[in-house]
Each structure stands twice: as structure tokens, then as C-alpha cells.
Write a protein that binds this ligand. Sequence first.
Ligand SMILES: Cc1cc2nc3c(=O)[nH]c(=O)nc-3n(C[C@H](O)[C@H](O)[C@H](O)COP(=O)(O)O)c2cc1C
Length: 346
Amino acid sequence: MIPKWFPKHPPLYDISKTYAENCSKGPFFSGEIPQRDPPKNRVDFLGHEVSSLIGVPAGPLLNSKWIELAGKLGFDIPVYKTIRSEAHPGHRLPNVQFIDALGNQITNPKTIDQLSITNSFGMPSQSPDFLLQDIERANRSLSEGQVMIVSVVGTPNRGLSFVSDFVKTAKLALEGGAKIIEANFSCPNVEKADGILYQNPQTVHEYTQIIAKAIHPIPLILKVGRFESAHQMKSVFLAAARGGAKAICGINSVSMQIHPPLDEQRKTSGVCGAAIRSFALEFVREGKKIVQENKLDLILIGCGGIIKPNHFNDFFDAGADVSMSAAGMMWDPYLAMRYHDSISHP
Ligand SMILES: Cc1cc2nc3c(=O)[nH]c(=O)nc-3n(C[C@H](O)[C@H](O)[C@H](O)COP(=O)(O)O)c2cc1C
């Protein structure tokens, strides 16, 4: 019997503590690791054999200790949190707040179904020296049938062009032993100042081509957010495939006005969890259609609002090749085990 975690236990990430404290003292998990029935078949994921196509997207897994726990708890495709080419401090507290479906701050969700949060971290990153060792440790902590993705982002004004800093970070990940790299394109387009990187097909094509070539033959995934239109989404998917991306992961948290805002400087912040599930499912349905109609060689990774085991299936049914949970796994770390259990004992 898989133990119940929410609401009895606090989340793996202590939202009252700083990011640095969560890195050094977390994950805050005191439960048992349930036994897992050995999976009958392995499946291919970007050239790696995995026991299942479920995982944790970039964010909640701050370092190798978090990756190790996620792996033991049955998340077979964990993503190492977005890293930068140099150490970066990130935003001050608060970094996470509960909200309701309308974006109003609340003290606590009554049931896990209502779990929605806003988060604002500013993508903090550890030093390259730490990362080199820690990515290696994280890889070593996984079992057979599991593979880790490392998420990377470029940082402007580091003496390199934005895309060159993306490449520098990707190479750092490779040096640490990354087997698959995800480029976080859901960040502001600092060079063209025309919104968010993933929304511009020309930039997506140019950046993808440069990064994919630099890391070849390691596969490149692009992390994107919600698109403004189906037309924009199609142009970006075509650009990504032409540029050499092997997969697209979406959606990132959705920027919304929070009431009250986190602080004066942060009038809007990213929302994840239940409040964005319908957007994420819409993304997956449309994405699948684009991939099929245009015969694109792209794997589709869906995330956004997966909080209960059956939600993984909702994403697979909508057309996702891989389904991942961020907020859901932080509040119910047994989510993957419940899913595996539901598959082996339907
Ligand atoms: C605490 C937290 C930190 C996150 N940090 C990142 C990040 O560094 N890079 C990234 O690409 N996405 C980040 N995300 C976004 C998630 O990868 C995911 O796209 C989003 O949370 C939607 O999934 P969910 O509803 O399952 O949480 C973060 C999410 C959370 C909850």
C-alpha cells in the first residue's frame, strides 16, 4: 500500500525557507520508499531505455539529492533544474505562494485537486565547479531504466552573445555527463527585446541550430510556454524541427497577475499546478496535431497541472509521448508510485 502524503506531510520544498536552504537541507522527505514491481518492458526515450515515460520537469529537482529521491520514487525521467554558465543568486523570498483558480493568494489548498501555486525564483544557479560534480552524482544516483535531462539557459551580458552563453552552459552540462539537454526557451528574448524567446520562430530556428550543432549527438529538447495562437505554435514547431531539436516540452508556468502580487517589483508571476492543466492539455492536443500533420520528428513532453495519477494518462491520451509533474510531485512525492501501481494493478 502506497502511503498518503498530502495533506499530512509538508511538501518536499519548504516554501518558508530560502532557495539556498532548500538546496542544502532538502528535500524534506521522511517517508518510506515503496517497493516497485519491476516494469515488464522498457521503452525508448531519445535513445535511452526507460521503465516509464513519466518524469519531473525542470524546477523542483534542485540538485543530485533531489534527483536521487525522484528516481527512487519512480519518476523515470527527472530533469536537473535549469542551470546557468555562472553562479546566480535568484530572487528573494517569497518564492512560492498558494493561489486559487483566479490568482488570489490563499493560505492553503483544501484538497490536492486545488493545488495551484505561483512561483518566482529568477532561475538561481550554482557555480560551474559544483555543477560539474553534482550532475555526475545525479546521473550515478539513478537506476537502470531511468535517464536524466539537464536544463540550461543563457544569461545576457556575460561577455558573450545570448546564444553563445546558452552553448557555454550546455557544454558545462555535457562536461558533467549530461545525456540529454533541454534549452529553456521560455525566458525573455533579451537580444531582440520582442517578448519571449520561444515565441519567435526565426530566433527559435537560429538558436536551436546553433545549440543542437554544439552538443551533437546529444539530443536537444526545447522548453516552451503557452502559445498565443495555433499559427504561432505551428511556425515554432516547424522551426524547432528544422533547427534539429528532438523534442519539445511544454508548458512552462503561465504568467498571471496575482492578488496581492508577490511584491511591488513582481506584479505578475508564473502559475503552475491545477490552474493551468486545461492550457497544458490544449498545448499537447494542438502540438500532437502539428507533429502528425507535418510529419515532424519531434517527441512531445507534456506538463502542467498533473497532480493525480490519472492526470498522467490524460496527457498521454491527449497525445503526449512523455508526461511530467512539477508542483504535483512536490506536494505528493508518491504520485509516480501511485501511477505505476495503477498500471500494474488496474
Ligand atoms: C518550484 C518550481 C520551479 C521551476 N523552475 C523552472 C526552471 O528552472 N526551469 C524551467 O524550465 N521550468 C521551471 N518550472 C516550470 C516547470 O518545469 C513546469 O513547466 C510548470 O511548473 C508546469 O508544471 P506543473 O503544473 O506540473 O508544476 C518550475 C516550476 C516549479 C513548480
